[in-house]
Ligand binder design. Structure first.
Ligand code: C5P
Length: 234
């Protein structure tokens, strides 16, 4: 049975590469992340193709603009049928609430299921040395997460290291999607604020986004299966 807590990032720029990896992973992975690189090169067709294969999609386009524009943009994206859409929490409470309200109203008007809407807190690539805020990163993340919840969003994207604080502040029914996850024993490069799959889940993450450790593996299916096994030890 597929474990939908694992979301594999399709950071490619051709549909051929997507089809090859999705084919190799087969039924071991059911949830994929389509981000800027892929969407800007291939366009909406990639989402349609994944849906035709019964895959779930996190469309990670990180909208950030004035409330009206973000709301309109999300309603356009809803046509594609992705399962999760996102915005930047730093766009503010009004932006997030306008976006969530518009998405719910549009889904109700069309009689379709509303995609989940989640907010980016603080990019997980930012570490203490680069951080520009007045508060500690973890405090800012929790503040953004509570703001997102109050605005009617379904969850956040955050570092696995902050998942526990978010879970405590936002309660059980809140999605916590964590990139920056590396298998135990992996060679860590320049990334900050990362954790292993088991630690991320233990901290309260609901979904793990993993890209390069699977895409760059000689045998991606084996790499995914190892990560899934690690997740089950959490
Ligand atoms: O690093 P990896 O290839 O696993 O990244 C998968 C996805 O997670 C990327 O598409 C990126 O958007 C996100 N990511 C992140 N913060 C990191 C590393 C990756 O948000 N520190």
């Amino acid at each position: 049975m597929t474990d939908e807590r694992l979301i594999v990032a399709l950071d490619f720029h051709t549909l051929d590469d997507v089809q090859k990896l999705v084919g190799e992973l087969g039924d071991s992975v059911n949830f994929y992340k389509v981000g800027m690189e892929l969407f800007y090169s291939v366009g909406p067709g990639v989402v349609e193709w994944l849906k035709s294969r019964d895959k779930k999609i996190f469309l990670d386009l990180k909208l950030h603009d004035i409330p009206n524009t973000v709301a309109g943009g999300l309603c356009s994206l809803m046509n594609l049928g992705a399962d999760i859409l996102n915005v930047h929490a730093s766009g503010g409470f009004t932006m997030m609430k306008t976006a969530a309200d518009a998405l719910h109203a549009e889904a109700a008007r069309r009689g379709i299921q509303c995609p989940k809407l989640i907010a980016i807190t603080v990019l997980t690539s930012i570490g203490d040395a680069e951080w520009f805020g007045a508060k500690k990163i973890s405090e800012q993340v929790v503040e953004f997460a509570t703001l997102a919840k109050d605005a009617g969003l379904d969850g956040v994207v955050a570092s696995p290291q902050e998942a526990r604080l978010i879970r405590d502040a936002c309660g059980e029914n809140f999605l916590i999607v964590t990139p920056g996850v590396r298998p135990a024993g992996a060679n860590i490069d320049d990334q900050s604020r990362i954790a292993t799959p088991a630690a991320a889940l233990h901290n309260g993450a609901t979904h793990l986004v993993i890209g390069r450790p699977i895409r760059a593996a000689q045998n991606p299916r084996l790499a995914a299966e190892k990560i899934l096994a690690e997740m089950h030890t959490a």
